[in-house]
Design a protein around this ligand. Structure first.
Ligand SMILES: [Zn+2]
Ligand SMILES: [Zn+2]
Length: 137
C-alpha cells in the first residue's frame, strides 16, 4: 500500500461537484468505502470499492436518501452498506486545508514533474541540434 506521510495515511483525491474543485481526504485503507462530505458547501458524495471488479468511485446514487446498497456501474454487482455507513462522514479537505507536511509533499512532486519535463525537453533540443550539426558537416 502506498502511503505518503508519516502518520501512515494516504491522501486520496475526490471531486466536489458544487465547489468544482479537487478535494482530498485522508485514509488509512486505500480500498475502504467512505461517506464523504464537503465542509464548504455541504455536498455529499461517496467513495466505494467493488470487491468484484476492483473499481472504485462515487457510485452511490441519490446519496441524500441514504440507500443501504449500491450497484457497480462496471460489473453491475450489488453491494450492501453497513448500517453505520452514514454515521461518520469523512470531511473533504481543500489543498490549502491539508496538513502542511502533505501540502509540501504535493508541491515537491509537482516541482519534480516540472523538472523532469524541463530536462526531457532540454535533452530533446540538445539532441536535435547535435543532429543538425552532424548533418551539416
Ligand atoms: Zn464543496
Ligand atoms: Zn464491479
Amino acid at each position: 500500500m502506498k502511503t505518503d506521510n508519516a502518520s501512515g495515511k494516504t491522501t486520496i483525491p475526490a471531486y466536489c461537484e458544487k465547489c468544482e474543485q479537487e478535494m482530498f481526504y485522508l485514509s488509512d485503507d486505500l480500498e475502504g468505502s467512505y461517506f464523504l462530505a464537503c465542509p464548504h458547501c455541504r455536498f455529499e458524495t461517496s467513495c466505494v470499492w467493488c470487491s468484484n471488479c476492483g473499481m472504485g468511485g462515487p457510485f452511490i446514487r441519490e446519496i441524500e436518501k441514504r440507500p443501504q446498497s449500491w450497484q457497480c456501474p462496471d460489473c453491475e454487482s450489488q453491494h450492501s452498506l453497513s448500517f453505520r455507513f452514514y454515521d461518520t462522514p469523512i470531511i473533504l479537505l481543500r489543498e490549502g486545508d491539508l496538513p502542511s507536511k502533505i501540502r509540501w509533499g504535493h508541491r515537491v512532486s509537482k516541482l519534480l514533474v516540472l523538472l523532469v519535463t524541463f530536462l526531457g525537453l532540454a535533452a530533446f533540443i540538445f539532441l536535435f541540434f547535435s543532429i543538425v550539426v552532424i548533418l551539416r558537416n
